[in-house]
Design a protein around this ligand. Sequence first.
Ligand code: SDX
Length: 386
Amino acid sequence: MPANSENYFPGLEGVNVDTTRLSFVDGQKGNLFYCGYSIEDLAEHCNFAEVAYLLLHGELPNQQQIDSFQEELLAERYLDPHLKSIITLTPKDGHPMAVLQALVAQLAMHDKEIADRSLEAKRRKAIRIIAKLPLVVTYFENVRTGMRTVEPRMDLGHAANYLWMLTGEEPTPEAVKVFDTALTLHMDHGCNNSTFTCRVVSSTEADIYSAVVAAIGSLSGPLHGGANERVIHMLESIEELDEVEPFIDAKVASKEKIMGFGHRVYKVMDPRAKILRDLAGKFVVADPEMDKCLKKANLFYKITEERFQAKGKMDIWPNVDFFSGVLYKALGLPRDFFTPVFAISRVVGWVAHHFEQMEDNRIYRPRFIYEGAELGRKFKKMDKRT
Ligand code: SDX
């Protein structure tokens, strides 16, 4: 075995790769903080723009600061006509996460400041990315469903404008608050895979767009943000409440991973899952179909917990992706939009981490333990190979 084999941490479990001032995940107690504030306080009292400001500046904004931050976001709330035409030409059956990746790369090509590496220019690019990501996916939804293209509104906040552009209908204040809260809950989460990806790419001094494109790819995976879409697919595949238990037993018997459960850091229930479950409980009651979906989710949660506990697995609990889908379904979002919603929120964390990474950057360059063929094998010319 090579000399460095003792420094081997599969999945980098337990390894600290850098420092951050942005968020802290207390996996033992089930707490999450952004810049020292509890996620519960921020979810209850703040909107998207305030929390985004907090992550980008380290402090909650006063009225004047939030007004000017919102102005900056609004000034970027448009898409270049060429980008719109690219979205029109995008295959309608493409996944919106792939559309996001492709269009963020396009945004980079349209950015006149791409070569400007100053901090001020980078900050403007970050605002541009945060403001334009929701437009990309909502335009795509308009185009693929053949509905009229809904233009952004300057009188709406970030969450409300997203819902407006997606449906062409003015969202209710309740829907806006629920969606705003969901966005707040997803904005940052320690050294999660997509944020780590963003920091790894940033550490090469690649531009902020490249880091975000890579992070979107990471987030799309079913073991990461892609789980929320799969949770609702799973719940929808169960028609009646009495089918929940046999469904879970079959999954447990086949040792299949249950989507929306488990976490590398949390040993208790993810605090975001608790808030989303409570929100879903209040928000979906008016609709009988959604009420049934929530009942299925709650029963699924209860029985799955019983099964894990019976097997002595006391640390597997619902994560953020288990209840978010129920809420997004109730808000009328298409299923393949659940992970993009995660992305339009998490992008704030990604760009904030890009700035942190650049403060005291050192390129990420770990090692692999070599397990390949014997070193120094005898080379054979083509005519001697079998
Ligand atoms: C997110 O890290 C973040 O911050 C991510 C995130 C964020 O905000 O960015 O919180 C968002 O990505 C949530 C995770 C979404 N993914 C899923 O819901 C997919 C299902 N869950 C998992 O596959 C899993 O729990 C992970 C990926 C979330 C965590 O993987 P780990 O830490 O590598 O854990 P593991 O797969 O090694 O599991 C440890 C044990 C195993 O049992 P043993 O082999 O030791 O007996 O727990 C079991 C696993 O089989 N286990 C599960 C399970 N999750 C863990 N068994 C069944 N179903 C599950 N969901």
